[in-house]
Design a protein around this ligand. Structure first.
Ligand SMILES: Nc1ncnc2c1ncn2[C@@H]1O[C@H](COP(=O)(O)OP(=O)(O)O)[C@@H](O)[C@H]1O
Ligand SMILES: [Mg+2]
Length: 479
């Protein structure tokens, strides 16, 4: 391969024969006298060789070809043919002499050498040796120190491999010692403790699967004023004035150690207050009780103590199975969980947490998005957001994201949405994203030294349940 020409940040290279192992996203380096230019393949085209059309037409007509062949003892024709059949590899300049590509230098077209750079070699050069390594792909070992304390996004269309990567990442983080919390909307992380062959997986010891309302209930009397206020205000839309009335009653009953739903309702019915406030309070309390997430009982509510889920000396993978909760229950639970986690972190009662949230727009209130990237990560909640609707994540979050993992995406407007908000050009995304096979990712951000890197995500044989449950699927599995 030889460097042919350059325009803007795009370089074209000529290749005589096609190297079938070359893939979209591969890195090439053109070197000359110790200087180098780092290129990433984004496309391949036919070279526009003069006389080509005539040649192909002659080939089509058949007869002329044989005639020429007989007169070709030196086999000149095959050389001509391979020249005419040459390819142009289109690549983007990613670095020049290991610096940003604004340096003005071009390698010689004749004397520079072009070679492939494997992802492992590339990462060794652009990212420091990982302090807490987790393997994501062949030759791709990332430092999860770059995930904790960050905002990470995983996007792509359905079935492209997002949840698979998310599971690999969550398991890796827990094994490395992180507090991992998963909001499992599809009930597909619950089986991460087993391998496909039924054996225990490497995270089985670290896993806790909790179903809110079932084996995870919160004692009403254990709620702090702040957590109660967050749940009532944000998940149930209780107005501020009513909230103040509720807090008065709540504190009073708690002080007398008789706080439960029945007493709270009785107080709401009997204490003098504005009638519309009374009505608002009564129906929000009934709704709260009906979610089944909170309980009066002091014995049953063992899952209540959230802090005990996070031991200080090892990592955990806490999976909250919210797949069977209604939309209302989800909103209430997530509001409670985040509010309580914040409280625990602010009081230094637990170590930082990494929160995995799939399709978060379904249950995360809008103002949380800003919180996620501003307050939450400073408090110690880092988030990994996973979605097949890239436009459900606000632009603000993309611009602040530290890591973005992009899977196959065909929708042009989704791709443009990413290009507008990330530091990767549209051309690269448009050529790569629609062509990524299932399980292959285009990663960008801190974990890969801010270079777009394509790799196949490893398959650690963790048993994972698919998104959709069908009767036929079950019969095939068991039959
Ligand atoms: N890197 C991979 N190696 C092996 N199988 C994979 C890989 N990525 C995805 N899969 C499989 O492809 C299917 C869809 O992947 P999944 O992660 O559930 O997609 P998504 O979450 O994007 O809808 C699953 O059956 C999953 O096991
Ligand atoms: Mg998924």
């Amino acid at each position: 391969m030889k460097v042919f020409r350059k325009s803007g940040d795009k370089v074209e290279l000529l290749a005589l024969s096609w190297d079938a192992s070359l893939r979209l996203g591969d890195y090439l380096v053109a070197e000359e006298d110790g200087r180098r230019i780092l290129l990433q393949v984004i496309d391949v085209e036919y070279a526009d060789v003069p006389g080509l059309m005539e040649d192909i037409l002659r080939d089509l007509s058949g007869s002329a070809f044989e005639e020429v062949e007989r007169l070709d003892p030196m086999d000149v024709l095959s050389v001509i043919r391979s020249i005419r059949d040459s390819r142009v590899v289109v690549a983007k300049v990613r670095k020049v002499n290991n610096a940003e590509p604004d340096v003005l230098w071009l390698p010689s077209r004749y004397t520079s050498k072009v070679r492939r750079v494997e992802v492992a070699e590339l990462l060794r050069e652009v990212v420091p040796v990982p302090k807490v390594p987790v393997k994501l792909g062949e030759g791709v070992v990332v430092d999860v120190m770059n995930v904790e304390g960050s905002v990470t996004l995983i996007v792509g269309r359905k079935e492209s491999g997002k949840s698979h990567l998310s599971k690999v990442l969550a398991s890796g983080l827990a094994r490395a010692g992180c507090n991992v919390v998963v909001l499992d909307v599809n009930g597909e992380y619950v089986s991460l403790g087993r391998r496909r062959n039924g054996e225990r997986s490497e995270v089985s010891e670290l896993m806790k699967v909790l179903t809110p309302g079932l084996n995870y209930q919160v004692q009403l009397a254990s709620l702090s004023d702040e957590v109660l206020a967050d749940v009532m205000t944000y998940a149930l839309g209780l107005p501020q004035t009513s909230m103040r009335e509720l807090l008065k009653l709540f504190r009073d009953l708690r002080r007398r150690s008789v706080l439960n739903f029945a007493n709270l309702l009785r107080a709401v019915q009997s204490v003098p207050m504005n009638e519309s406030v009374r009505e608002a309070l009564a129906n929000r309390l009934l709704t709260l009780e009906s979610t089944g997430l909170f309980t009066d009982d002091h014995h049953e509510a063992e899952g209540d103590q959230l802090e005990t889920l996070f031991p200080p000396d090892r990592g955990v993978l806490v999976v909250f199975d919210i797949s069977k909760l209604s939309a209302l229950q989800r909103r209430v639970f997530v509001e409670y969980l985040l509010s309580r986690l914040k409280e625990l972190l602010l009081n230094d009662e637990i170590d930082p947490v990494v929160l995995f949230a799939e399709e978060a727009h379904l249950y995360l209130r809008e103002t949380y998005w800003e919180d996620v990237i501003t307050r939450m990560r400073h408090i110690g909640i880092s988030t990994v957001l996973i979605t097949n609707q890239p436009d459900s994540i606000p632009a603000l979050i993309y611009r602040q994201a530290d890591n973005v993992f992009m899977f196959n995406m065909r929708n042009g407007s989704d791709i443009d949405h990413l290009a507008r908000n990330l530091e990767i050009d549209t051309e690269t995304l448009r050529s790569m994203l629609p062509n990524l096979p299932q399980g292959t990712v285009l990663a960008w951000g801190k974990v890969v030294g801010r270079l777009p890197v394509v790799f196949k995500v490893i398959d650690p044989y963790l048993m994972t349940l698919g998104r959709t449950r069908t009767k036929l699927g079950r019969m095939v599995q068991h039959g």
